[in-house]
Design a protein around this ligand. Sequence first.
Ligand code: ZN
Length: 146
Amino acid sequence: MLDELYQEIILDHYRHPRGRGELEPPKITQEGFNPSCGDEVILDLRVENGRVQDVRFHGRGCSISQASASMMAEAIKGKTLTEAHAIIQQVLALVKGETEGDPETLGDIVALAGVRNFPVRVKCATLAWHTLEEALKHAETASATV
Ligand code: ZN
């Protein structure tokens, strides 16, 4: 099963999620669903001046999906859209086993590397990040029309 330390970090985020809840408007809301496990992540973003000013998530699902959303909320708050995209690419590469990930940049997120040997759980771990990717597209379209 998952490495013990990784499991500990994931359970901590699951039990004590960072950024759980909803934002008041104006906001971008994006829903993500992983049918293979039944995981759901609903993401609220507030983007101003090309930066993620605030982020919240809610939803339900397995510990990996919810812990991953918590890690995502913690990691991208205050980041520019470019930085957020770079983090998404790093996380997806980490989870797929393409890189080991830089603990300096990724922090707790490196724990998601533990799922790479479990293809079914990879979708759980990446759900929040794919949902974020969709939300950022909306943010970019919205700011382009201002
Ligand atoms: Zn799951």
